[in-house]
Write a protein that binds this ligand. Structure first.
Ligand SMILES: Cc1cc2nc3c(=O)[nH]c(=O)nc-3n(C[C@H](O)[C@H](O)[C@H](O)COP(=O)(O)OP(=O)(O)OC[C@H]3O[C@@H](n4cnc5c(N)ncnc54)[C@H](O)[C@@H]3O)c2cc1C
Ligand SMILES: Cc1cc2nc3c(=O)[nH]c(=O)nc-3n(C[C@H](O)[C@H](O)[C@H](O)COP(=O)(O)O)c2cc1C
Ligand code: SF4
Length: 641
């Protein structure tokens, strides 16, 4: 018996029966090849998610027309030649008991013209908010041809054996461009009032309906609110949803935003969990077909409530299933503490702009078959130095493979720098992830020794077969005149001693750590000034959180300076220097925080090499970066030894 009975109750969309109410959201992976064909990596990625228990999988957006391909990472279905590989994908998912839907898509003005080579197209000649590229307005004949391309795409999906299709009518792509008054100013039958702007989408659904069995699922994904001043709002989207229902849609998948509001589309940790549920609820009130809700619905308690309160019929999960393919099964079985928590950090979406999908917490993405650990034939005695994310990931993997693992951590608790990473406002997911790592390592047979600072002699004496050095970076303060004589703090020091910090704080360095500290202190009512020598704040953060943290600091009233270099620190003042301006002395600070460089920490490796047969340095100790690299290198070494 599960604690979430509604979430695990069966459901049906047309001919597709579904074992529970959890749907995997369509998410581009760039795991197809450059021509848009399915690859074996892509198949094993989706297979894991089907095995993990999702009710059905929606395969990423797939181009029905070469001109609608957003880049070379987008899958294709614009020709019959794609059917055999797509069929392999479908057969694999069916063989493990899963259900699979394909998302059919045309990016319109958001396709990248340098890539398509044909220029972009749109309902009207209005440039993309992102690329600023001017699209060509589609003629009526061309409109009909694109509608036909969607219909042919659906027919091919049916031939490949998919259980249904989802039409991408959201996120500022072509169908959304037709729906929206912001991007559609046509004066013919495909522009004007809501009915005319909805006509393109309506004719796609009607066209598909004529070619597929009556109960074949045709799901429409819409942006019910574009989160822009002049774009679609919920009330108009309700009318569009009703038109799509009458045209033959089997379900409405309610998402939000377009490219102009992209910082809200894939809600990072600064946005509320379930931030688009109200949109699904609004659409559900006006249609009689199933409604799907998406957007940071990670908490099963929230998912259960959304369903119970009839705000939606199905819960769609995107990033949580990248982070942990087995999340549905874990929820069902009540193993909530085993869920590998998605950080909502959006490294995934940033990665696919030019390469294959990566995930901060799940290094197995794209090599998913490795997740099922092979036991080692030669169990060894392994010593790991450092209990940060790199050391813990290595320990979990090595112990999972049958090695005899000991981990020494100099602090009284595990976590390394992730403990600081979790302290900034809204970064609760990092706290949860850290707890997950601690739970996992405790479940393994790892001998953990806390408050143990490893020295060269101790390590030699331990006589391990393999030593993994994961002791983190060397923190070196940036040299600024006057900092030796005056009391300054570094970012970590400031996070851990906020009660002794004065009311007026200068934070020198407005990269990721400086901005997050500023947010943390501002929320405590302190007057904060951030001084950054480069042109922008928040460098080192992913674009989405960077946008939001800067907005937060502005709203909190922090003083933000860029292109300003701090050249001197005094007891309660700093001197800043700007190009072509006289130096300026800013006074009255109670506390001054200086930046730290995270430098490689490799000396121990060289001194141990003559005495230990295998020594590896991983994570920030190798090079100061982020948790993504630390976790990935921990797992990599765990698989290698
Ligand atoms: C304020 C802050 C915010 C951050 N935010 C993010 C974020 O949002 N996302 C992200 O991806 N990254 C973030 N990072 C970076 C991320 O925390 C690091 O990249 C990551 O923790 C590095 O992992 P690691 O295991 O290699 O090293 P660390 O996390 O530094 O862990 C090293 C561990 O080794 C221990 N140790 C050191 N010497 C010894 C010794 N001789 N003997 C025994 N133990 C020893 C240390 O006590 C420590 O616990 C942030 C960093 C900071 C400082
Ligand atoms: C890496 C990545 C790729 C995505 N690609 C698509 C896509 O191909 N089609 C689509 O409609 N939405 C795409 N999205 C949006 C997701 O489907 C989903 O709406 C979004 O991630 C919010 O859901 P979540 O909070 O559960 O992750 C993508 C999101 C991510 C993170
Ligand atoms: S990269 Fe970050 S947001 Fe994306 S799935 Fe992984 S943890 Fe979640």
């Amino acid at each position: 018996m599960t604690a979430f009975p509604t979430l695990f109750s069966p459901f049906r969309i047309g001919s597709m029966s579904i074992k529970n109410r959890i749907v995997m959201s369509p998410m581009e992976t760039h795991l197809c090849n450059a021509e848009g064909f399915v690859t074996k990596e892509l198949i094993s990625y989706y297979k894991e998610r089907a095995l993990g228990g999702a009710g059905y999988i929606t395969v990423e957006n797939t181009a029905v027309d070469p001109a609608g391909r957003v880049n070379d990472g987008m899958m294709c279905i614009h020709d019959d030649k794609f059917i055999p590989e797509l069929k392999n994908l479908v057969d694999t998912i069916h063989a493990v008991g899963g259900k699979i839907i394909l998302q059919l898509s045309h990016a319109g003005r958001e396709a990248l013209p340098y890539f398509t080579g044909t220029g972009t197209v749109a309902p009207s000649a209005i440039p993309s908010p992102l690329t600023k590229e001017m699209p060509k307005e589609l003629t009526i004949d061309e409109v009909k041809a694109v509608i036909n391309a969607f219909v042919c795409g659906a027919e091919r999906a049916l031939k490949a054996g998919f259980d249904g299709v989802e039409i991408h009518m959201a996120h500022g792509y072509l169908v959304n461009q037709f729906f929206s008054p912001e991007s559609n100013t046509r004066t013919d039958d495909y522009g004007g009032d809501t009915v005319r702007r909805a006509r393109f989408g309506k004719e796609i659904v009607e066209g598909i309906r004529k070619k597929v069995p009556g109960d074949f699922p045709v799901i429409c994904r819409i942006s019910a609110d574009e989160y822009t001043e002049t774009g679609l709002k919920l009330e108009e989207s309700k009318e569009i949803a009703k038109i799509l229902e009458r045209a033959g849609a089997s379900a409405i998948h309610v998402s939000a935003c377009n490219y102009a509001s992209a910082f809200f589309n894939i809600p990072c940790y600064y946005l509320e969990e379930g931030c688009f549920v109200h949109l699904a609820e609004g659409i559900k009130k006006v249609v009689n077909i199933p409604v799907l809700s998406v957007g940071r619905i990670q908490d099963p308690v929230m998912a259960e409530e959304v369903l119970k309160e009839s705000k939606a019929d199905l819960i769609v999960l995107g990033r949580p299933l990248i982070a942990d393919p087995y999340l549905p099964n874990k929820i069902k079985e009540g193993n909530l503490e085993d869920i590998q928590v998605c950080l909502s950090c959006n490294r995934c979406i940033e990665s696919i702009s030019d390469k294959k999908l990566v995930c901060t917490v799940n290094p197995y993405v794209g090599k998913d078959e490795l997740f099922h650990l092979q036991k080692t034939a030669k169990p060894g005695k392994v010593l790991i130095i450092g209990g940060g994310p790199a050391g813990m990931s290595a320990a979990i993997t090595l112990s999972g493979r049958g090695h005899n693992v000991t981990l020494w951590e100099k602090n009284g608790e595990l976590g390394g720098n992730l403990r600081y990473a979790s302290m900034a406002p809204k970064k609760e997911p990092v706290k949860k992830y850290l707890q997950y790592l601690v739970n996992q390592i405790k479940k393994k047979k790892v001998s953990i020794v806390l408050n143990k600072e490893a020295g060269e002699d101790d390590i030699k004496q331990f006589a391990a077969d393999v030593v993994v050095l994961a002791q983190g970076a060397k923190d070196v303060p940036v040299e600024i005149k006057g900092m030796e004589e005056n009391r300054v703090l570094n970012v970590k020091g400031a996070f851990s001693s906020t009660d002794t910090i004065g009311n007026n704080v200068a934070i020198v360095g407005g990269a990721a750590e400086g901005c997050e500290l500023a947010d943390y202190l501002s929320l405590q009512g302190k007057k904060v000034s951030v001084i950054e020598m480069r042109r922008v704040l928040g460098l080192g953060l992913v674009a989405h959180p960077r946008y939001h943290v800067c907005e937060r600091l502005r709203k909190e009233g922090a003083t933000l300076m860029v292109n300003a270099k701090v050249t001197e620190i005094g007891r309660n003042y700093i001197v800043i220097s700007r190009r072509k301006q006289p130096d300026e002395k800013l006074e009255g600070f109670d506390t001054i925080v200086i930046p730290t460089l995270h430098q490689p920490n490799m000396e121990l490796e060289s001194s141990l090499q003559p005495f230990v047969s295998e020594v590896y340095t991983i994570g920030d100790a190798k090079e100061g970066r982020t948790a993504l690299e630390a976790i990935a290198e921990g797992v990599e070494i765990g698989l290698k030894i």
